[in-house]
Design a protein around this ligand. Sequence first.
Ligand code: GYE
Length: 336
Amino acid sequence: MSIYKKIAFLFLITMLVFIAAACSSKATEEEGAGAASCAPNCTYEDLVVGFLQTGSEGGWRAANTASFKETAEQLGLTLKFYDSQNDLAKQVAGFQQFIQDPEVNVIVMSPLEVTGWEQVLKDAQAAGKIVILSDRRIDGFEDMYATFVGADFVEEGRKAGTEMCKMLEGSDSKNVWELQGNVGSAPAIDRGTGFRETAEEGGIVVTKTQTANWSISEGKQVTEAWLKETKDVQGIFGQNDEMAFGAIEALKEAGLVPAEDVKIISVDATSGAFQAMLDGTLNVTVECNPLLAPQVYEAALAVLNGETLPKWIPSEESVFYMDDPNLQSIADGRKY
Ligand code: GYE
């Protein structure tokens, strides 16, 4: 074969390789952040998940983090775990880090706040990264993430309001104090909205409300400060278990009997809440399920294989009561 024919042949082969490469990357771009080259037969081994956790603010978060780490191991997928230390700027920086990471094909985020995500979502889409929200929603930009796996926080608030109405039925005054989660977060905003929706129907007045950042110590400090002003309170709504535990301590030190003199409702239903109910200091806990990883990873694999999912995949939840005769056996059967 003449040298010219060899050159022409080599040139032809090179062109074909380039065209093939352009086609495949073009396919992924066209499908946007979705189907990977292994689609539709990707398996969990093909998943490399960059997970942006909020931080480590309590029992619920610890169970949620364990769910992601343990389930990743069980399924054989690669998990890159990023602790945002409850700092929004750190969470955004972690997001950018995963966008730059060529190995990561799915970014899962538990957003600290509902706003501030436009630019990184655009960058993730441009980089062909699949984005899934876990545990907490954001405001808008639904076309920029594949799905949200998590609870209906408004409904959790409604459940708490309904239970507080039942307990304060017949009470002359119905003054309730609310301990909120971190300002700007979906659970803090939505649980407050839902609680007022049903509580006000029962004549409840939320006379004091303030963030205690999901923590026992701040829940105690805030309640102590309020008790110095007045003891005219008939109920306390802790937007999570830890803040309610803080309020319980403050009430005891102020000589009031928690769950009797003042009715107390929390959200999460962690093992600590069951212990408080068994101790007779917490009346009701509204469950918020932290074991979200199996649903999140299932969604991630489906999108990696090119499927389109509903924008919200709700988690299953209940309500638990101090005066439930089966409380001990329920508590014994809990995973968190
Ligand atoms: O209720 C609280 C945690 O995002 C649902 O965050 C979660 C909340 C949970 O700090 O305990």
